[in-house]
Design a protein around this ligand. Structure first.
Ligand code: ADP
Length: 399
């Protein structure tokens, strides 16, 4: 059964003049959903219903497959006016550079792109199929995590491998977390009261997956995730950057096959590999108690972020803001301070009192008058998807 925190039926709290967008975010074993209605006058958007169906396909799961999960969501929203359905898709390859209205060809392309996002794109495709069947009268849009990075220049997206092989197989940097990053860039511009198109910033999206993105005049010009979301920063269970020769060596020296090497990099690396815990809260509390493995994990995690900040400062030339977002970025003063240690020569400093103050809204944590604004900006992927959908369809109201 779908567990939502809205009402299962009824017309109260209905859509404003701009209508309501149903956002579906299908992961490998879950479907998150939210129904968002346009705000009117001075009101912001209303989050009418939100929920999650978990452990899809597992024996004790809430649905047998993604189609059944989407069926449950549609059933729960039966009496609600819905204007459009928006689907989050992880990989859009170099084909999808902006939100698209879904037709048969789009759906096939999303399924083909599963070769680079084998856990995520098939789930999204299954969700799209089910939603098109259940709600055939509504426009259905796909929004891609790769799309914001369509502006990467060739020097940043090209890997130094054999040119023909790269072309033949579409091997290049695509980048991810784009829906979140685009939203955070807009919110940072609002916080700093400057147009996004005039801001250079480094966005650190630090969740279970983690990435750094260099944004010049509002557009992505370099990003740490690559062909897949494995490259770059240290993550919960993913290694991030590693010498590719480690994989060859492991295969030969430890006798692992390709799948086993990949599992090491995807599931047994990162914080989990370093200290046995993938949740940063657990790592932090062990480090505070003097656990040396947890302390090293934290140090490696922060060192990698600091290195990317230095690199992207060089890529950007002028830096206006460093922005922290997602679970770790929004909630860990330890990681924020740890990754910015020693960056005063770059104009990057943290006011420790501000950094240690909890908050749920976008805020500055650098001293007033600092050359580089250090910001904490909460992300909201579902709202970002609704905003982009409304813009694409020309829906009225505040999103
Ligand atoms: P996802 O990438 O799955 O969306 P989130 O953005 O929710 O993940 O981030 C999850 C991470 O955020 C976990 O590592 C978790 O430990 C961390 N996190 C959440 N709250 C805190 C907190 N108060 N302090 C430190 N880390 C936190």
């Amino acid at each position: 059964m779908a567990r939502g925190d809205g009402e299962a039926a009824g017309h109260h709290g209905g859509a404003g003049s701009g209508g309501a967008v149903l956002v579906l975010n299908a992961g490998s074993s879950s479907v998150k959903y939210r129904l968002i209605a346009a705000g009117t006058g001075r009101n912001g958007p209303q989050h009418l219903v939100r929920g999650q169906i978990e452990r899809i396909g597992e024996p004790d799961g809430e649905a047998g497959d993604h189609a059944e999960a989407v069926g449950q969501v549609v059933e729960q929203l039966r009496d609600r006016p819905v204007t459009a359905v928006a689907h989050r898709v992880v990989h859009g390859g170099d084909r999808f550079r902006e939100p698209v209205q879904i037709d048969d060809a789009t759906l096939i392309a999303i399924e083909e792109l599963a070769r680079w996002a084998p856990l995520h794109n098939p789930a999204a495709a299954a969700g799209i199929r089910a939603a098109r069947t259940a709600l055939p009268q509504l426009p259905q849009l796909a929004l891609f995590d790769t799309a914001f990075h369509a502006t990467l220049p060739p020097a940043a997206f090209t890997y130094a491998i054999d040119r023909e092989l790269a072309q033949q197989h579409g091997i290049r940097r695509y980048g991810f977390h784009g829906i979140s990053i685009q939203y955070v860039v807009g919110e940072t511009a609002r916080l700093l009261q400057r147009p996004a198109t005039q801001l250079n910033m480094i966005v650190l999206h630090l969740g279970n997956g983690a990435s750094a993105t260099a944004v010049a005049d509002g557009a992505s010009v370099d990003t740490s995730m690559g062909l897949t979301p494995l490259e770059g920063l240290v993550m919960g269970t993913r290694t991030g950057d590693i010498d590719p020769a480690v994989a060859f060596y492991l295969a030969r020296a430890a006798g692992l096959n390709l799948d086993e090497v990949e599992r090491q990099c995807q599931k047994h690396g990162g914080l989990a590999g370093l200290c046995g815990d993938n949740d940063l809260r657990a790592v932090q509390s062990r480090a505070v108690q003097g656990d040396p493995q947890a302390q090293l994990a934290l140090d490696v995690y922060c060192h990698r972020i600091r290195k990317y900040i230095g690199a992207y400062h060089a890529v950007l030339g002028r830096l206006d803001a460093v922005v922290f977002t997602a679970g770790v970025g929004e909630n860990s003063p330890v990681v924020r301070a740890g990754s910015l240690t020693g960056l005063q020569p770059l104009g990057i400093t943290v006011d420790h009192a501000l950094n240690d103050t909890r908050g749920s809204t976008a805020r500055l944590i650098s001293p007033i008058g600092s050359p580089v604004a250090v910001c904490v900006v909460p992300t909201d992927e579902e709202r970002a998807i609704a905003q982009q959908t409304a813009a694409k369809l020309g829906l009225a109201g505040n999103w």
